[in-house]
Structures are given as structure tokens and as C-alpha cells.
Design a protein around this ligand. Structure first.
Ligand SMILES: Cc1cc2nc3c(=O)[nH]c(=O)nc-3n(C[C@H](O)[C@H](O)[C@H](O)COP(=O)(O)OP(=O)(O)OC[C@H]3O[C@@H](n4cnc5c(N)ncnc54)[C@H](O)[C@@H]3O)c2cc1C
Length: 178
């Protein structure tokens, strides 16, 4: 039997829904299959718990791609809510900007830990991993192994549920610009 659609899309998260939207605009038909019995939106959706609305993580929209921004303006012409944003890591009784600000981190960490971080940073700069492939390698090149293990490893692995050695360097480069 011939399928009655041009594209089969697995997953109704932002990627799947956007692909289906674009295909439909281009005159193609698409079937989206979602494993969740109730919701679309993947991990970007807003969940309703006892009439309180929660995002799964502090989701905000940010893109340097004009094409992507235009698309969202097209879909939500009046519904974008602009909010000032401040993301910080609370570590050792101090707040650290997220994305990390190297100088602020060193100031907050104190003399001894900062010295170790500087040494580790210098080592990473002198001996960078050529062509970093993983999140771990990319962050280690940018900040040094010590800052990676203090600020990036546990947080990232908790959020994404996977090892920093399995997340791609490409994702690290993009998320650090948020
Ligand atoms: C804590 C947190 C904070 C974040 N903050 C931001 C932010 O501020 N800004 C931002 O731009 N991004 C943010 N992100 C990232 C963003 O949530 C993801 O990049 C985005 O949701 C990815 O969309 P996706 O469609 O690729 O995948 P997902 O959102 O994961 O959607 C995948 C969908 O596919 C379905 N699926 C999976 N397997 C199958 C299958 N076999 N059959 C059928 N259905 C299937 C899933 O149920 C899900 O609905 C954040 C992520 C997290 C975890």
C-alpha cells in the first residue's frame, strides 16, 4: 500500500513540528508520530501541574539565525513575551554567571582554587585537543579541565542525562553563546 503522505516524521518536538510545518508550507504532506499519548512539544513544552504551568527547564528563545527568528515571528506574531534574563549557578555559597564568565569565576573561587584553575587553563591553551569532538573536549579547551569539572560536568550531565563525552562539541559551541 502506498503511503498517503510525502514525509514521515518521528517525534513532535520543536524539530519534528517545524519540519512538518515547513513541508506543509512547501505543498508536501507529512505525518508526525509522537510517542507521548497526550502532549506535543517534546522537552520544550509547558507542563500543567495542578493548574500551575511549568516549563521543563527555563526555556527561552534565542537564535542568531535570522531565518529561525523570522519563522518564530511568523508562527507567534503577538505571543512572544520579552523578558530580561539572568541565569546563574549557585556553587559554594556564591553565584556564578551562566554562561560562565572566566574572570568572575576566578574571583569567586578564591586564591588557591583560582591558581589551580589558571594552571589547568594554561595547560589547555598550550596543549589543546585538536579538533574537539565532544562537549568535554570543547569546554576543556575553552576553560581548562578544572573549571570543566567544577562547573560544567555535573550540571550538564544532570540536565541532559548523558555523559559530557557523548554530547557533541558542536552543541557546546552553540549553547555557550546563549
Ligand atoms: C533544562 C533544559 C533547558 C533548556 N533551555 C533551552 C532554552 O532556554 N532555549 C532553547 O532554545 N533550548 C533549550 N533547551 C533545549 C530544547 O529543549 C531542545 O533543543 C529542543 O526541545 C529539541 O527539540 P527536538 O524536537 O529536537 O527534541 P525533543 O524536544 O526532545 O522532542 C522529541 C520528541 O520526539 C518524541 N519521540 C522520541 N522518540 C520517539 C519515537 N521513537 N517515536 C515517537 N516519538 C518519539 C518525544 O516524545 C518528544 O516529544 C533546553 C533543554 C533542557 C533540557
Amino acid at each position: 500500500m502506498k503511503p498517503e503522505f510525502d514525509a514521515l516524521i518521528i517525534g513532535a518536538g520543536p524539530a519534528g513540528l517545524t519540519a512538518a510545518y515547513q513541508l506543509t508550507k512547501a505543498g508536501r504532506s507529512a505525518l508526525v508520530i509522537e510517542q507521548d499519548p497526550t502532549f506535543v512539544g517534546g522537552i520544550s513544552r509547558t507542563a500543567n501541574y495542578k493548574d500551575y504551568l511549568f516549563d521543563i527547564g527555563g526555556h527561552r528563545f534565542f537564535s542568531k539565525s535570522k531565518e529561525v527568528v523570522d519563522l518564530w515571528d511568523e508562527i507567534l506574531p503577538d505571543d512572544f513575551v520579552e523578558r530580561p534574563r539572568l541565569s546563574r549557578i549557585f556553587y559554594g555559597d556564591k553565584f556564578y554567571s551562566y554562561p560562565l564568565n572566566g574572570f568572575e569565576a576566578l574571583r569567586n573561587l578564591g586564591l588557591f582554587e583560582s591558581a589551580l584553575c589558571m594552571l589547568s587553563y594554561a595547560y589547555a591553551k598550550v596543549r589543546p585537543i585538536r579538533d574537539p569532538k565532544t562537549f568535554h573536549q570543547w569546554v576543556r579547551n575553552q576553560f581548562g579541565e578544572r573549571l570543566f569539572s567544577i562547573f560544567f560536568k555535573t550540571y550538564t550531565e544532570k540536565v541532559w542525562g548523558m555523559s559530557c563525552d557523548e554530547i557533541s562539541a558542536d552543541w557546546a559551541a552553540r549553547s555557550s553563546r546563549r
